[in-house]
Design a binder for this molecule. Structure first.
Ligand code: PHE
Length: 353
């Protein structure tokens, strides 16, 4: 038995592959192996002798099994480090490893922020939930303005009203304490002016909400960047210069843009900025509805009535404000005709950015 044990140890230590090792295991420990055979033979011995021999054989069996395990892990280690006749081909390419990325809308947001930081603006933020006062009243949006309608704005019911499960209409009685999901980033203007004295030069990026049905060009959540500058002697020429510079940095120095008179309650005078359609280069296509121009943002000189709400002296200070939709800019810049692509998180779409 001792001889057999020695012999098995020798064989195990000389085994060079897992297959060889397995063959040795079967030879000794298998169902028809030497150890098993020996064990079956002792049944003919007298009881005392049988006990003794049985224990000896079982000990040897144990030793051989341990030896095989040891050798097994040795061989494994060697084949991983590539020093034995391993089957691992270390020249094979590895498994592809995918790295996460910033969402295209946030990438663009960061680009816009960088441009304005370079123009001397700092970044401000405000809450997504606003009171009616900040979202509308202090921005000189009158009580009967259509944008206050529940058709356009998400109103949030105060808790007690929810509990009483009153109908929606009670919430739309336009009391000052009503809470809305902000419909634009303009309320940040008010927060900033309430807390700071001029000079002010901020941009405010963020999410905004409107009660819209989702389609290729509408979403009930989208993103805006607001801009506000207030100081002595700020003029419309400053606004034009800043926006012109932004458009050239964002879309290229050859892109034409134009200011078109418009109306916003919180700016006077107001304008919208169009830029030459990038898709057709101004010759007319479906994106620009054959006009050659696409609307980019709203802007204007801060209405003195807004200054009154924040206790700024409108004889001393003037300012400009602007607001742009990030989705819109992304669609123009990348030639995307369906806004929903930004929210579906289809990896094939996202990987392109
Ligand atoms: N808040 C306006 C909108 O959402 C945009 C705007 C901002 C216009 C600032 C003028 C000045 O349409």
């Amino acid at each position: 038995m001792k001889e057999m044990e020695k012999e098995s140890f020798k064989e195990i230590s000389e085994a060079r592959t897992q297959e060889e090792l397995e063959r040795i295991r079967l030879k000794y420990l298998g169902r028809k192996g030497i150890i098993t055979e020996n064990l079956s033979q002792i049944s003919e011995l007298p009881l005392e002798e049988r006990k003794l021999q049985g224990k000896k054989i079982n000990d040897i069996k144990q030793h051989i099994a341990e030896e095989i395990e040891k050798r097994k892990s040795d061989l494994k280690e060697k084949s991983i480090s590539g020093t034995s006749e391993s089957k691992i081909d270390i020249t094979l390419p590895g498994k592809p490893f995918e790295i996460g990325k910033i969402h295209p809308l946030m990438q663009l947001m960061n680009e816009v922020k960088d441009i304005f930081l370079g123009l001397g603006f700092t970044i401000a933020t405000g809450p997504d939930m606003e009171s009616d006062y900040y979202n509308f009243t202090a921005l000189n949006i009158p009580k009967d303005h259509p944008s206050r309608d529940i058709q356009d704005t998400f109103y949030i019911k105060p808790k007690e009203q929810n509990a009483k499960s009153e109908s929606y209409s009670t919430v739309t009685k336009q009391g000052e304490k009503e809470i809305v999901l902000r419909t634009h980033t303009s309320p940040v203007q008010i927060h900033i002016m309430e807390k700071n004295k001029p000079p002010i030069r901020i941009i405010a990026p963020g999410r905004v909400y409107r009660h819209e049905a989702v389609d290729a060009s509408h979403s009930y959540i989208f993103h805006q960047i607001e801009g506000l500058a207030v100081d002595e002697d700020i003029t419309f020429a400053d606004l034009k210069a800043v926006l012109d510079s932004f458009i050239k940095k964002m879309f290229g120095s050859n892109v034409l843009s134009r200011f078109r008179p418009s109306y916003f309650p919180f700016t006077e005078p107001s304008a919208e900025v169009d830029m030459q359609c990038l898709i057709c280069k101004g010759t007319g296509c479906s994106v620009c509805k054959q006009t050659g121009w696409v609307e980019l943002l709203g802007c204007g000189m801060v209405n003195p009535k807004v200054f009154e709400f924040v206790n700024y002296d409108s004889n001393k200070y003037t300012g400009y404000a602007f607001g742009m939709g990030i989705e819109r800019i992304a669609m123009l810049k990348y030639g995307i005709n369906d806004m929903r692509l930004f929210y579906e998180n289809d990896l094939d779409f996202l990987k392109q950015f």
